[in-house]
Design a protein around this ligand. Structure first.
Ligand code: PMP
Length: 363
């Protein structure tokens, strides 16, 4: 029931939606004209996409990357399932918290047990070797690292990643990096790598704005390739070939990525500015990513329309303020609200106006 607004400003989802670029559209057209369009795509991924992904990591890391070490998956979340089931089945996976809502369920589906490790506000919501060490057992198989982090926008820079890598390496724990937001943040460590104890999972959804294509990938060392590829073969089989060729074209459009990254940085800053000053909500400044969290402690202390937690507050805000946000507890961050900043400034400003209006006048 919306008392004040007939519509809802929806900032809950995490998508970057753009019209297709001419190059991506041309790749689609070319693929559709092929008489192989209705056939299975090559196993483990089209060589064109695997080469584009390998070239991308080679440029980022300054080290040649063999396309044979790239396995294409049905989106990054499938890549995570493939990586986790390969290295962590039957064991435990350390999951820094706050984390993407889906991580615990994906870890469980991979046959492992998620073990949350808290990174609090004092460390910029990030974990370090000390917190991880306290959670390690002899069953710990992997650490699932996301940077920039969904939802906080916290960034693990080079020295933090090095410390985690050294800690994981010393204990034979696999570092699985969820690299899906890699470009969205100045300080993001660019030194990802695949090794016997490191796997990188990426995808076309966020940095390339192609979430609907369902294209992701896993970069794994040769000794893991057979197992990673088995995991794809016995779950989805080859990903839609047309989608793969379009994603390959998007990966090669580095100028489009640069423009998107610049645009997102401006939107992130604008979102913090716009959301600052809303009564009873406090932005948690993000260092990167596409989200902004709001600390709702003060708002909750007033229990607007009976809302005692962030889930109830989200419901009240959607119904009475006409703004849809995500509850922080979905991400292991109770007492907070998350919004996506990949929206026009006007939309964000309208959301802020509605939130301010509601939070000044409820009761
Ligand atoms: N990893 C993270 C951290 C995400 O936030 C998301 C989507 N919100 C994904 C992976 C999923 O990516 P995909 O659409 O490629 O499955």
């Amino acid at each position: 029931m919306s008392t004040a607004y007939p519509d809802v400003v929806d900032l809950a989802s995490g998508q970057i939606v753009e019209p297709l670029s001419p190059a991506v559209r041309a790749a689609f057209d070319k693929a559709l004209d092929s008489d192989r369009t209705s056939a299975y795509a090559p196993a483990y991924g089209d060589p064109d996409l695997r080469t584009a992904v390998a070239d991308h990591y080679a440029v980022r890391t300054g080290t040649p990357v063999d396309p044979e070490h790239i396995t294409v998956t049905a989106g990054a979340r499938h890549g995570l399932l493939v990586a986790l089931s390969t290295v962590a089945h039957g064991g435990e996976v350390l999951v820094p918290r706050p984390h993407w809502s889906h991580y615990p369920a994906v870890v469980r589906r991979a046959g492992a047990r998620p073990v949350p490790v808290d990174g609090g506000a004092g460390t910029g919501w990030r974990v370090g070797p000390a917190e991880l060490e306290a959670a390690r057992t002899e069953r710990t198989r992997a650490l699932l690292l996301n940077s920039p982090v969904n939802p906080t926008g916290a960034v693990y820079d080079e020295s933090r990643v090095r410390a985690l890598r050294e800690w994981a390496g010393a204990h034979g724990i696999c570092l699985i990096t969820d690299d899906i937001y890699w470009a969205y943040g100045d300080a993001v460590d660019r030194g990802v790598r695949a090794s016997a104890h490191e796997i990188v999972v990426g995808g076309a959804s966020k940095v390339y704005a192609l979430a609907g294509l369902r294209v992701g990938w896993v970069w794994g060392a040769p000794e893991l390739s057979a197992a990673l590829r088995d995991a794809v073969e016995y779950t989805t089989g080859p990903v839609c070939g047309t989608s793969q060729l379009a994603a390959a074209a998007a990966l090669r459009e580095t100028h489009a990525v640069a423009a998107r990254v610049g645009g997102l940085a401006a939107r992130r800053e604008a979102a913090v500015r716009i959301m600052t000053g809303i009564p009873l909500l406090e932005p948690v400044a993000p260092a990167g990513g596409i989200y902004l969290c709001l600390d709702a402690t003060e708002a909750l202390s007033r229990q607007p329309h009976g809302a005692r937690d962030d889930v109830a507050l989200c419901r009240v805000l959607a119904e009475r303020a006409g703004v849809r946000l995500r509850a922080g507890s979905t991400f292991g961050m109770p007492g907070h609200l998350r919004l996506c900043v990949a929206e026009e400034a006007d939309t964000l400003a309208e959301a802020a106006r509605r939130l301010s209006g509601f939070l000044t006048t409820f009761n």
